[in-house]
Design a protein around this ligand. Structure first.
Ligand code: SF4
Length: 329
């Protein structure tokens, strides 16, 4: 049993007209302690909803089915008060998208960290805990006395990560932690996350549209498309031998210094208000077959992961993978 086991998780958001849109549709993944999983995909594919569902901070959305086990405990079924007291920030914390810009400009880092500790009823040595958290992201203790505007973008992002670490959670979910940072600062943040994982034994779920960032930190990768996890597996396998045409398209879109011009995936994802009954990637897939439009793709089970695509059925016999119906995963 891993640190985090998400099984067929679905989330819906209510609409003004009384209807609902399914933003997350049967997503499964697992994460071991001391490891990082990366979640990638285009905007509005459901990757942020996945993180918010795990920390139970969906605004206007609700989990309609599925489970999330944290150290074997079904945290989505817990009483909300108990979850707030014992799980959120203490066992799993979230760094929100754009959070570095959400630091309060009129308070010092120390004041903001102290408030976070007070809000969560921390009773120990506050100064020592703040210094520990700040040092763990590679910053000097003097940062505590400074105001956000006195820090660079990279320092602010590291402060935000340090605030998430204050209560020593086993898992941090970070939504786009390097977006809007220049490449040098991105490298600093990636180095900080790697260090926290490798030396501090922390686990991460990194949510990003940038697959190149994930290759630096993550042992496993999940690729999301139109609310579904279409491929999940060990990072090396995803990068070296992607099985899903969408994963291949994403990888071919990464620019390289000396390689060919990056490709792009033509078209747009389908509306989640009325998703197609067959494969959701059908309209953009260069390898689409007749049956792709007729029913949802079966699940292929390459070693250590899964892929949601009919193409894998052809490979399964030769590689010993196997195919399951979508409803079984
Ligand atoms: Fe393409 Fe068909 Fe696979 Fe969907 S199921 S990704 S349309 S080959």
């Amino acid at each position: 049993m891993g640190l985090l086991e998400v099984d067929r998780l679905s989330v819906e958001y209510g609409m003004r007209d009384g209807g609902a849109v399914r933003a997350l549709d049967g997503v499964s993944l697992s994460l071991d302690g001391g490891k990082a999983v990366g979640i990638a995909g285009e905007s509005a594919c459901g990757k942020s909803t996945l993180g918010l569902a795990i920390v139970r901070m969906l605004q206007g959305g609700r989990v309609t089915s599925g489970t999330a086990l944290l150290d074997g405990e079904p945290v989505l079924e817990m009483d909300p008060g108990a979850f707030d007291r014992t799980v959120r920030w203490k066992r799993v914390a979230m760094v929100f998208q754009g959070a570095m810009n959400a630091l309060d400009p009129v308070f010092t880092v120390k004041q903001q960290m102290a408030e976070a500790l007070d809000q969560h009823g921390f009773k120990g040595d506050r100064e020592a805990r703040m210094l520990e958290a700040i040092a763990s992201v590679g910053l000097d203790g003097g940062v505590l006395r400074r105001f956000p505007h006195e820090l660079s973008g990279g320092m602010r992002q590291r402060v935000v990560i340090a605030i998430a670490l204050l209560l020593r959670p086993a898992l941090v979910i970070a939504d786009e932690p390097t977006t809007a940072l220049d490449v040098l600062v991105q490298a600093q943040i990636i180095g900080t996350l790697k260090d926290l994982k490798e030396r501090g034994g922390m686990s991460f779920m990194l949510i990003t549209h940038d697959l190149a960032v994930l290759s630096e930190v993550c042992e496993s990768i999940g690729i999301m498309y139109a609310g579904q996890m279409v491929e999940f597996g060990p990072a090396e396998q995803i990068y070296r031998n992607p099985r899903h045409p969408y994963t291949k398209g994403l990888l071919e879109s990464i620019p390289t210094l000396r390689g060919p011009r990056p490709g792009h995936i033509p078209g747009d994802p389908p509306s989640l208000l009325a998703p197609p009954s067959g494969c959701r990637f059908l309209g953009r897939c260069p390898r689409a077959m007749e049956k792709c439009g007729e029913e949802p793709p079966g699940i292929g089970m390459p070693e250590g992961g899964y892929v949601k695509c009919w193409l894998h059925e052809e490979d399964a016999g030769g590689r010993g993978g196997g195919v399951r119906n979508s409803a079984s995963l």
